[in-house]
Design a protein around this ligand. Structure first.
Ligand code: PGA
Length: 238
């Protein structure tokens, strides 16, 4: 199935049938090593390989758990990708408490940047987020840039966007699939963006209503990703 997406004055042809659906678990500030290992063990034993076909499963744990998830994947041959939840806006050096792109790169392939919780609770500005994106790209990490609406500033060279309206995050009150699709379509039209995921109160029950939309290429899941059973339900029903 082809969608024609207008980009500038030219028509860009996207073959959506060749695209993978991205299903991203954002564990936020949850889980210790034991809990992460238990989650992964349950997931690996219950997830049937055919349910992940055509889907890219990305787990974003907090920094101390990155080596734990990596080591689990290595020892079990699990088909899971790793993302970090943040990145320093600086390169290596005298920046106490910061975790830089080259350190993250040892464990992760993706990195979330611009999550609304960091914008709100930590006052992250567009300028800072642009620097973080620069650091991620320099370290050859794939930034997943979170936006709150169609007008949120998106730095250059971003290919993956997560549309997460603030009212829907961690509230049990998701956006409508129709609106998510409209916003995703606008983002793709205004930028050279290939993938737009929807995030905000996604569950096994509502996931399909979002992923069936032509411009929604996956989901970013917070609360419902903490329980591996529920996360498997989401993957199955995409
Ligand atoms: P939620 O969080 O699924 O708990 O709403 C989504 C997110 O913040 O990434």
């Amino acid at each position: 199935m082809y969608h024609c997406v207008k980009h500038g004055s030219s028509q860009v042809r996207l073959d959506s049938s060749m695209k993978k659906i991205l299903i991203i678990a954002n564990w936020k500030s949850n889980k210790n090593e034991k809990e992460a290992w238990e989650w992964l063990s349950y997931f690996e034993s219950e997830m049937h390989p055919e349910s992940v076909e055509g889907k890219e499963i990305i787990i974003c744990p907090s920094f101390p758990l990155l080596p734990v998830v990596k080591s689990f994947i290595k020892s079990h041959g699990a088909k899971i990708r790793i993302g970090a939840q943040d990145i320093s806006s600086f390169n290596k050096g005298a920046y106490t408490g910061e975790v830089n792109g080259n350190q993250i790169k040892e464990y992760a392939e993706y990195v979330l940047i611009g999550h609304s919780e960091r914008r709100k609770e930590l006052g992250e500005s567009d300028e800072l987020l642009e620097k973080k994106v620069g650091q991620a790209l320099e370290s050859e990490l794939k930034p997943i840039f979170c936006v709150e609406d169609k007008n949120t500033f998106i730095p250059q060279n971003i290919r993956l966007v997560a549309y997460e309206p603030v009212f829907a995050v961690n509230s049990g009150n998701p956006d409508t699939p129709k609106n998510a699709n409209t916003v995703a379509e606008k983002i793709k039209r205004n930028h050279a963006i290939e993938y737009v995921m929807y995030g905000g109160s996604v569950t096994g029950k509502n996931v399909h209503s979002f992923t069936q939309m032509p411009h929604v290429n996956g989901v970013l899941v917070g609360r419902a990703s903490l329980d591996p059973k529920e996360f498997i339900e989401i993957i199955k029903h995409v």
